[in-house]
Design a protein around this ligand. Structure first.
Ligand code: 5GP
Ligand code: ZN
Length: 116
């Protein structure tokens, strides 16, 4: 299930290039084009789901797999011990810009709290 005008659907389908770091049957992970930290990876579902608030009970395993992928990628990038953050922006106040389900893995520097 892909949406023609969706940039992350195009990345998942390899219609536009990305620096992929992980892929399986349900997920792709790639380097963010505008990194906000030394490590900034975007983990997306291959299916077009617009946003976190659209997740259904049947998507629980997908969400879990996205988190596990982020955890594994963090280890591969050597930030497991220093620490990292995962973020899912949802809708306008959450700062979501691309309306295709994704999470951010950020690390390699100290994160601030509260976030902006
Ligand atoms: P959001 O604000 O929706 O949570 O984050 C979307 C993220 O996708 C941003 O960090 C932005 O830099 C990234 N992004 C948008 N377009 C592209 C693209 O074409 N390629 C890559 N690699 N990242 C993108
Ligand atoms: Zn999409």
């Amino acid at each position: 299930m892909q949406k023609d005008d969706c940039i992350f659907c195009k990345i998942a389908a390899k219609k536009i290039p990305s620096k992929a770091v992980y892929e399986d049957d349900e997920i792709v992970a790639f380097e963010d084009i505008n990194p906000q930290a030394p490590v900034h990876i975007v983990v997306i579902s291959k299916n077009h789901i617009e946003k976190l608030s659209d997740l259904a009970e049947k998507d629980s395993q997908l969400a879990g797999r996205m988190v596990m992928a982020a955890k594994n990628i963090a280890k591969e990038n050597g930030i497991q011990e220093s620490g990292y953050r995962i973020v899912m922006n949802c809708n306008k106040d959450g700062g979501q810009a691309v309306f295709h389900l994704h999470l951010h893995l950020l690390g390699g520097r100290a994160m601030k709290w509260p976030p902006g």
